[in-house]
Structure formats: structure tokens, C-alpha cells
Design a protein around this ligand. Structure first.
Ligand code: URA
Ligand code: SF4
Length: 470
């Protein structure tokens, strides 16, 4: 039994794609509802924006009507929506292409009923949300509380953004919250109480939990802080809870800050009009698509021939890569070089790059310890990798380690399931995932040998595949 968790449509779709690729029948998949797990207020701010995936539309050969239906059904509150959708998808693709026309079918009937409930609930939300005006550092902000029956906040948010485009507003619900600052929608966790707050409680709820995150004035203040030496901070005209929060829970605040700052931009905003490798490399050096650019030395873009048959994708530059400005030049790079030689490949012939282009680290004295990029950083940065893939169009794509693989194959990807296999992703028909050389370096002496052999075998497999198809 394969256990997968989904909280929203996007996650379900990625997971369902993986399950379909692995040919898992509906009865072989146990769907868990991520919503039921009741994420904590701040954890839920880790939630991803819908990943911008330009070339996604070609992949599912399912009717558009199903995708539309699924978008609504995914917002229904019942945990049964995930297995139902997967069953429908499976039956549509394996048994009955016109399944959706069979209105008497039990699954179709149920899906139609859930879709209707969600549509009605979304409509109700649009009609009944009432905003209350508050003043926040001389800026008007409108807040509203609503309790929808289903998870319709993301569904209805564009409507409110359109309708109230020139206002700053937030809508809080027990499940989700959404804010609009005049140019972007930001989603966050639900309001932490199940009872509808009275009007004045609503204001304090907003100030305590949401104001510091969503208010554009505050976000600007945080940016000023970063630019300003610490001793001047007390002079900033900011007196409210942000200071307490800053002292009380640095890690939490850091999360919130990266949430607030990373949200509005991604690498997409920095893509140049020309998409050849030189233009891309030049533009990437100015990327501010996520907060990782700030503490790092430089952007580390990919290197290699523009027509390479093999592209190898790692996780992110390490300490040496960050200083030198080229991928795979540190210890992991040495190990990779050796593996390439043993696999009969020439380093100059492959295109080498990373899922994330800036070094993420934690300073420990003089040392800079590698930190794994989170999903949001990976998603923010993906436009560079996608552009490299589009420019190079490799015949085989080799993902080193799970970060690279999940970047391209979705967050549900498990390395152990796919080792040694060639599979298709939206980005390359022939994708392989194998161990990361840094993981081999960290392994116990007993484990390292086998992993290294696997890496070599997979690189050799990539080379053989290229020779076979040419
Ligand atoms: N590890 C990676 O994933 N990439 C590099 O460039 C170096 C180490
Ligand atoms: Fe841009 Fe990627 Fe660097 Fe973030 S990590 S700033 S998205 S290049």
C-alpha cells in the first residue's frame, strides 16, 4: 500500500501523477488528508504558492472537464475527495474515457454532488463576506471573518482581488487566511479560534497574528531593518508586537519573514526576454526571487555545452561553489568527477547545474554549514532550471539526490522507488534520479561504497541511453 498525503489540488495532482507513473491502481493507494492533520498556525505558513509550471498542461491526457471538476472537488471538506478523484482519474485513463458522461455512475454522481456543494459555498462566501475597516500605521486595512463550509478561500480569492483591487484587505477563516496588498494575494494559516470572533476581537486577532505578516507597511519596515545597522533599529517608527515576536521566537519570525518576502517574487520575475544560456546566466546574477540571495556571495548558474545530451542537476551550490561561482567544484564535485570518469563520461560534455542557485547556509563562527533549501525556495528558483532545460534540451536528465528529483518530479517523489529507472517528467522524457555525491560523502563507510556504485551505474546508464538513441 502506497500512502500519500494531499492538502490541496496542486498536491493531489502531483501525487496522482506519481501514482499514475508508478501504475498504482486506486486500491493500492491510501490517501491521507493533509488538512486533517491540523497544521499549527505558523507551520501552515510554509504552504506553497501554486508552483508556476509553464509546460504542465500537456502532461495529463485527461479531459479538461475532469480538471475543472477536480479543482472544485479538491476544495470539499471530506477526506474522501482524494481517493474519489484518483479513482475517477484511473477509470478515465484505464477503463472508460467517457466516464464523466455517465451521470448515473456512483463515482461521477458523488463528484458532481461535491462539486456543487463547493460551488455553492464559494458563491456564498462571495456574497456574504463583510469587511471591517481598521487603521494600521496610517494605512487603511479591511478585515473580514468568514466560516465557509469547505476550503474555498483559494478559490474565491481572485474574485475579491478583482473586486477590491485598490484596497488592502484580509479574510480570515478557521482553515485559511488570505490577504491582498494591492498587487499580490498572500495565503496563510487559518485564524486559530473556532468560534467567530466578535468585531473587536477580530481586530485584535488580526493585529496579533496577521498584521505583522501581511501589512505592507510592516514588510517595508522589515526591509529597512535589514538595510540598517542594528543599533538604529529602535529609531524605526515601529512599536507593536513585531518586536516581541522578534525577541520571543527568532526562528518563527525568520520563517514568517521569508514567507512575507519570498512570496511576491520568484525567479520568474527576473527572467530575461532572451532565453539563451548567456542571457539567462547574466540575468540570474541579479535574481532576488527568494531571500537566499542576500547572505550568499553570488548566483551559481549552470555550466556546460549549450547542446549537451546529458544534464546533471544537484541541489544547490556549497561553500566553495558559492565563493568560486561555479557548480560542483568542492568536495562533492570531486566525487562527482571521479564517478563521471568511472562511468565513461567527460565532465566537459555534460551540463552541470543545481535546483537552487544560491548557497543556503547557517553561520557557525567562521564556518558556513549547508542548509537544505525548503520547498518554497526550490519552487521560487525553478524558473532558472526550467529555462536551462528549455535551452539545452538534454536527452537525459540526471537528478542528484532528492531535492533535484522533487524539484522536477513533484514533492511526493521518493528516490528509493525510482533508483536505476528512467522515467518521464514534464521537463525531460528521460529522467533518472540517483544519489547525491554529498550524501555519499556523509554516509557511513559501509554505505558509501554501494551508493557510489549506484551513482556510477546510473551515470553509465545515462551515457548508454544517449548512445543508444543517437
Ligand atoms: N552540491 C550540489 O548539489 N551542487 C553543487 O554545485 C555542489 C555541491
Ligand atoms: Fe533567485 Fe534562486 Fe537565488 Fe532565490 S535561490 S534568489 S530564486 S537564484
Amino acid at each position: 500500500m502506497h500512502v500519500v498525503t494531499a492538502s490541496d489540488f496542486e498536491q493531489w495532482r502531483n501525487a496522482a501523477r506519481q501514482c499514475m507513473l508508478s501504475n498504482l491502481a486506486p486500491e493500492d493507494v491510501l490517501w491521507r488528508d493533509g488538512r486533517e492533520a491540523c497544521p499549527g498556525l505558523f507551520d501552515a505558513f510554509e504552504k506553497e504558492p501554486a508552483p508556476p509550471r509553464a509546460n504542465q498542461s500537456h502532461s495529463p491526457t485527461v479531459p479538461r472537464r475532469f480538471m475543472e471538476l477536480a479543482t472544485y472537488v479538491a476544495c470539499h471538506r471530506t477526506p474522501g475527495r482524494w481517493p474519489l478523484l484518483y479513482r475517477l482519474l484511473w477509470r478515465l485513463t484505464h477503463e472508460t474515457p467517457h466516464l464523466l458522461d455517465i451521470a448515473a455512475d456512483d463515482d461521477v454522481l458523488l463528484a458532481a454532488r461535491w462539486e456543487k456543494a463547493v460551488r455553492r459555498d464559494a458563491h456564498k462566501m462571495k456574497a456574504f463576506v463583510r469587511f471591517r475597516r481598521i487603521m494600521e500605521a496610517d494605512v487603511e486595512h479591511y478585515i473580514a471573518w468568514h466560516r465557509p463550509d469547505h476550503y474555498v478561500v483559494r478559490l474565491t480569492a481572485p474574485f475579491f482581488a478583482d473586486r477590491f483591487s485598490s484596497m488592502n484587505w484580509s479574510i480570515l477563516t478557521p482553515d485559511d487566511s488570505v490577504s491582498w496588498n494591492g498587487h499580490a494575494l498572500m495565503f496563510g494559516a487559518g485564524a486559530p479560534r473556532s468560534a467567530a470572533p466578535a468585531d473587536d476581537q477580530l481586530e485584535s486577532l488580526w493585529r496579533t497574528y496577521y498584521g505583522s505578516i501581511f501589512n505592507p507597511v510592516r514588510i517595508k519596515l522589515k526591509a529597512m531593518r535589514r538595510e540598517m545597522p542594528r543599533r538604529f533599529w529602535p529609531l524605526l517608527p515601529e512599536t507593536t508586537i513585531l518586536d516581541d515576536l522578534l525577541q520571543a521566537a527568532p526562528a518563527r519570525v525568520q520563517k514568517m519573514q521569508s514567507y512575507a518576502e519570498g512570496w511576491e517574487q520568484s525567479a520568474i520575475d527576473f527572467l530575461p526576454p532572451q532565453r539563451d544560456l548567456n542571457s539567462l546566466r547574466a540575468a540570474s546574477s541579479g535574481c532576488r526571487g527568494c531571500p537566499l540571495y542576500a547572505p550568499a556571495t553570488q548566483t551559481v548558474f549552470g555550466v556546460g555545452p549549450p547542446n549537451a545530451a546529458i544534464m546533471i542537476v544537484g541541489e544547490q551550490p556549497g561553500d566553495e561553489e558559492d565563493r568560486i561561482g561555479a557548480p560542483f567544484v568542492g568536495p562533492a564535485g570531486q566525487l562527482l568527477n571521479q564517478a563521471l570518469v568511472e562511468a565513461g563520461l567527460k565532465r566537459e560534455e555534460v551540463y552541470l547545474t543545481n535546483a537552487v542557485k544560491h548557497f543556503k547556509f547557517e553561520a557557525r563562527g567562521k564556518r558556513r554549514l549547508h542548509k537544505k533549501p525548503n520547498r518554497r525556495e526550490v519552487v521560487s528558483c525553478r524558473a532558472w532550471l526550467e529555462s536551462e532545460l528549455a535551452a539545452v534540451r538534454p536527452q537525459v536528465l540526471v537528478c542528484l539526490g532528492v531535492t533535484a528529483a522533487q524539484t522536477l518530479a513533484g514533492p511526493m517523489f521518493r528516490l528509493s522507488d525510482q533508483l536505476g529507472k528512467i522515467f518521464a517528467t514534464d521537463f525531460c522524457e528521460h529522467t533518472l534520479a540517483t544519489y547525491h555525491p554529498a550524501a555519499i560523502l556523509r554516509s557511513s563507510p559501509e554505505g558509501a561504497g554501494a551508493k557510489q556504485q549506484q551513482l556510477i551505474a546510473d551515470l553509465r546508464r545515462a551515457g548508454a541511453f544517449v548512445r543508444k538513441i543517437n
